[in-house]
Write a protein that binds this ligand. Structure first.
Ligand code: GAF
Length: 386
């Protein structure tokens, strides 16, 4: 991102004067999918690309939004920030966060905002959480509220749940708020106990492949999965009282599963509980540098998301199966919510070029879509840049 150019664009829109620049990364989840809202484990890294805001307080009662990514420009009176923008536009993410500040008694003042992001939208790399958190660090700075990044992550999640209407867990907002370059975060989502684990990949690279099959989280079956997990908790609780599926392990599930009579709900629960175990097993493999064992668990994760959780689909399954057929690939899975979006693969550095060529050719032949690839670089969490 050329920040100087962005600053010039801001000045072109709003005029010369003081300005500040804020940033929040995207994230890639290495393993632990659909476990967060089940009180389980996740293992994401923050990325080097993300969302930037150039802004200033403007002394008026109006917040002026513009973006280099979308045409829509919106001016919102500060007393109206709790009202959703009618066409479900991108401004609802920053507005939802501002409303969280207002709900905490903060007087949200007028400001001029230019947003620019380089995370592909709707690709499962947390463009939404990134926009929420860049807004949150900006408001925290201007309104001198002194919230920690963890508190800001919860405010971002609340904005997404209550304002945008997606019942997501804390994975994305946590990852983009708390990320550390060269680390993945092993987080238990009920206790919020976490560890920053160094990501030492040796000769391997994290390669993200974008299926370019768009998925709208709110439109998708995401909320349906959340509801199915709740049903599983209710069924199991007739035998043993639990709060989350993450409260039980695989061997307990062997006996408790008889309490779930709906076969779909049973498969959803089996994914969550087995995925949780895979994260627990994967973390020590990464610490020990056993990337092949880590990659095998990534493969099992995808297979479970496909068969039991049913959140993959033709495009993600094709991308993963093509990836696995390339020599030098030791693990490949979908990342994020699914229903389209991206895969993440561990690829030997000497095979990266070939990987992109072969997977792209096979994927386009199968789906008619042209994929994009990114060799992931990890990065730090949301912050003020200047
Ligand atoms: C989306 C959600 F926002 C996360 O909370 C998480 O559930 C993820 O899907 C699946 O692991 O990114």
């Amino acid at each position: 991102m050329d920040i100087n150019q962005l600053k010039q664009q801001f000045i072109g829109l709003y005029g010369d004067g003081e300005l500040q620049v804020f940033f929040s990364p995207g994230r890639v989840n290495l393993i632990g999918e659909h476990t967060d809202y089940n009180g389980g484990y996740v293992f994401p890294c923050a990325l080097s690309f993300g969302t930037y805001i150039v802004s200033r307080l403007n002394g008026s009662d109006e917040i002026r939004f513009a973006s280099t990514n979308f045409d829509l420009k919106v001016n919102v009176k500060t007393e109206k920030i709790s009202q959703k923008h009618p066409d479900g536009a991108w401004v609802n993410y920053p507005l939802g966060v501002m409303k969280e500040f207002a709900d905490k008694g903060v007087r949200v003042a007028g400001m001029d905002i230019l947003v620019s992001g380089n995370i592909p939208n709707g690709a499962g790399l947390s463009s939404s959480a990134s926009l929420e958190l860049v807004t949150a660090v900006m408001c925290n700075e201007y309104f001198k509220t002194g919230f920690t990044n963890l508190e800001l992550a919860w405010m971002g999640k609340a904005a997404e749940n209550n304002f945008v209407g997606v019942n997501c867990g804390i994975l994305d907002q946590f990852a983009v708020a708390m990320g550390q370059k060269d680390h993945a975060m092993a987080l238990k989502c009920d206790t919020m106990v976490y560890e920053q684990v160094p990501v030492a990949l040796g000769d391997y690279r994290i390669v993200i492949a974008n299926t370019n099959k768009r998925r709208g989280l709110a439109d998708s079956k995401y909320n349906e999965r959340v509801a199915e997990c709740k049903k599983a908790v209710e069924a199991i609780s007739t035998v043993k009282s639990i709060q989350f599926l993450g409260d039980i392990n695989l061997s307990e599930f062997e006996t408790l599963q008889a309490s779930i009579h709906d076969q779909t709900v049973l498969r959803r629960a089996r994914h969550v509980i087995s995925e949780n175990q895979r994260v627990v097993d994967a973390i020590p493999h990464l610490k020990a540098g056993d990337l092949k064992a880590f990659g095998q668990l990534m493969n099992l994760s995808h297979d479970s998301l496909a068969a039991d959780y049913e959140v993959t689909g033709v495009e993600l399954d094709a991308m993963v199966s093509l990836a696995r057929s390339v020599e030098g690939v030791i693990g490949s899975r979908m990342t994020g919510a699914g229903f389209g979006g991206c895969t993440v693969s561990l690829v030997h550095k000497d095979a990266v070029e070939r990987f992109m060529k072969e997977v792209a050719a096979g994927y386009t032949a199968k789906t008619g879509l042209v994929p994009d690839f990114y060799v992931a670089e990890t990065g730090d969490g949301a912050r003020r840049l200047m």
